[in-house]
Design a protein around this ligand. Structure first.
Ligand code: NDP
Ligand code: 8X3
Length: 253
């Protein structure tokens, strides 16, 4: 294997899927992960046909540390030379006030967005250290630096991603490993269908009256931050649709 390798979590939909395609277009080999393995295999076949991409598909739940370890341990020495890790798998569940919230949603958001990111990074960081290079790109959110009504625990989980990204940058500095946090605002993916548990009307409403960002927009930015010269790092980047000023100010027509 001569080309570079990117590991992208949450590649079955949205940003992760679009990012996989963006890196494939640049000739990267891919390790793509998510729970819905059939979607990963379909994506791998599409990218093989379009760009001759070599992919490894790993179907696992990032919340389960044993599954994360068992799956990543199947990678050969060559595949462990990961140039870019995109910690993207994540979700929001519900938009209730905290006092009306469901602890099972809180658990799932914290376990996926925070602990899942740590479990994957825990495996990949030593490989990058041994390889003396690498770039970890954490997908946070504007919800990681602001709090909006009903955002409570989702915002808390993304605030944790913000802190973890800063901590990773400090701790990995001496190993020359870059850490970037990408913090998007409103982008139309499966995100709102997941948040509203399949209520299509509520999900569609989030994106009405303005043009939200699209998964390809975020993929473009993720690829861009990964492609700066060795001496230069983009630490943190926030992106919103033109119609969005912050988490709670959106201009709708
Ligand atoms: P999607 O719902 O379209 O995609 C989410 C991805 O995460 C899927 O591939 C899903 O795979 C994966 N995922 C979720 N839970 C798990 C799990 N337990 N184990 C493994 N994989 C999991 O959403 P987006 O693409 O929009 O979201 C991607 C990231 O971007 C998330 O971290 C989200 O918080 C963040 N974000 C999204 C914004 C938006 O407006 N859309 C804005 C800012 C940040 P599968 O279900 O197959 O496991
Ligand atoms: C996802 C987008 O608007 O919920 O992070 O912050 S939003």
């Amino acid at each position: 294997m001569t080309s570079k390798t990117a590991l992208i979590t949450g590649a079955t939909a949205g940003f992760g899927k679009a990012t996989a395609e963006r890196f494939a277009k640049e000739g990267f080999n891919l390790i793509i992960t998510g729970r819905r393995k059939e979607r990963l295999e379909e994506l791998a076949q599409t990218l093989k046909n379009k760009y001759n991409t070599e992919s490894v598909c790993l179907g696992f739940d990032v919340r389960d540390r044993d599954q994360v370890r068992a799956n990543l341990e199947t990678l050969s020495a060559e595949w462990r030379k990961i140039d870019v890790l995109v910690n993207n798998a994540g979700l929001a569940l519900g938009l209730n006030a905290l006092q009306d919230g469901d602890y099972r949603d809180w658990d799932q958001m914290i376990d996926t967005n925070v602990k899942g990111l740590l479990y994957v990074s825990e495996m990949v960081m030593p490989w990058m250290i041994a390889n003396k290079k690498g770039h970890i790109i954490n997908v946070g959110s504007i919800a990681g630096t602001e709090v909006y009504p009903g955002g409570n625990i989702y915002c808390a989980s993304k605030h944790a991603v913000n802190a973890i990204s800063k901590a990773m940058r400090i701790d990995l500095l001496k190993h020359g490993i870059k850490v970037t946090q990408v913090r998007p605002g409103l982008a139309e993916t499966e995100f709102s269908m997941v948040r509203f548990k399949g209520d299509a009307e509520k999900a569609d409403n989030v994106y009405k009256g303005y043009e939200p960002m699209h998964a390809d927009d975020i993929a473009e930015v993720i690829f861009y931050v990964s492609s700066t010269p060795t001496h230069l790092n983009i630490n943190d980047i926030e992106l919103t649709p033109n119609a969005q000023a912050n988490s709670y100010t959106v201009f709708k027509q």
